[in-house]
Design a protein around this ligand. Structure first.
Ligand code: SAM
Length: 290
């Protein structure tokens, strides 16, 4: 199918079903064929894979995935899209549609309930209003993933690849780099979507290596410290940790641990590498576990 026909088909579906595109759900439908192909190639989807798609929309990417995968579980929040999806995907018998908010899906329970016996591959043209919460939730869920491939805003792709002491470096950077290796598979202009988003986009692939790049005694504690450090961006690391309600350490302990790490009292979270966050977290953990 060429670009024009995907574009035309999308417009026909939107108009034919009197479907109102909902900005509040971040609905920007991808209509450029070569990008679908790049997404499927970057995700390395094979007939052995079970794919989790977030936000199937009108099902264009879902169809591509279903043709290449063993099965697809597609989670869509907008109930008005379900009858459309049932029709556009009627030719496939390996797709399961779930009408839910992905942030309210218990992924561990889903994997058990569906008897999924292999690491999932996640593929999604993400709704941009909740990109970061979705990625953070997936990473934190404890579910075993074989890889994640997302369409995101270009600026988010840059955050995933950022290094310390840059504007883009933050909690998302550290979470993604702890769990996986990030690469950019394609840059995508606004014209590839209907309606066109106001920002440039990129397809990112996160491969999930077997071992994490750093060792840490308590992962949950490390990510609390990371969130605390970037909670108030222009504050010092000391103040970030001191003012974070989920961390209850005395001034003396915080000061001593930052010093032990080899930094002065004015250091900011954005100056620390992932390795340093892991070491700092171990100091706090040895002091008093969570
Ligand atoms: N996959 C389609 C495509 O590539 O053209 C649509 C992508 S569109 C950028 C994002 C999709 O995510 C929309 O279908 C939207 O309704 C859905 N969505 C938004 N928020 C969601 C949520 N919390 N849970 C599940 N789906 C959501």
């Amino acid at each position: 199918m060429n670009e024009l026909s995907i574009r035309d088909r999308t417009l026909k579906i939107i108009n034919g079903y009197d479907f109102l595109v909902k900005k509040k759900y971040g609905q920007n439908f991808l209509v450029r064929e070569e990008i679908f192909e790049k997404i499927v190639a970057a995700a390395e989807v094979t007939k052995d894979d079970v794919v989790l798609e977030i936000g199937p929309g009108i099902g264009a990417l879902t169809g591509y995935l279903a043709r290449n995968a063993r099965s697809v579980i597609a989670v869509e929040i907008d109930k008005n899209l379900i009858p459309i999806l049932e029709e556009t995907l009627a030719d496939h018998d390996n797709i399961e549609l779930i009408n839910k908010d992905i942030l309210k899906v218990d992924l561990n329970a889903l994997v058990k309930e569906k008897g999924i016996d292999r690491p999932l591959k996640v593929v999604a043209n993400l709704p941009y209003y909740i990109t970061t919460p979705i990625i953070m939730e997936l990473l934190r869920s404890g579910v075993e993933f074989a890889g994640m491939t997302f369409m995101v805003q270009k600026e988010v792709a840059e955050r995933m690849q950022a290094g310390p002491r840059t504007k883009s470096y933050g909690a998302l950077t550290l979470a993604v780099q702890y769990y996986g290796d990030v690469s950019i598979a394609a840059e995508v202009p606004p014209g590839a979507f209907i309606p066109e988003p106001e920002v440039d986009s990129a397809v990112v692939h996160i491969s999930m290596p077997k071992a994490a790049p750093v060792e840490v005694r308590n992962r949950e504690l490390m990510f609390r410290i990371i969130r605390a450090s970037f909670n108030q961006r222009r504050k010092t690391l000391y103040n970030g940790i001191k003012n974070f309600p989920e961390l209850q350490y005395s001034k003396e302990i915080i000061t001593a641990n930052i010093e032990k790490l080899g930094h002065g009292p004015m250091v900011r979270g954005e100056e620390l590498t992932l390795k340093e966050f892991a070491i700092l977290s171990d100091y706090f953990d040895m002091e008093r576990p969570l």
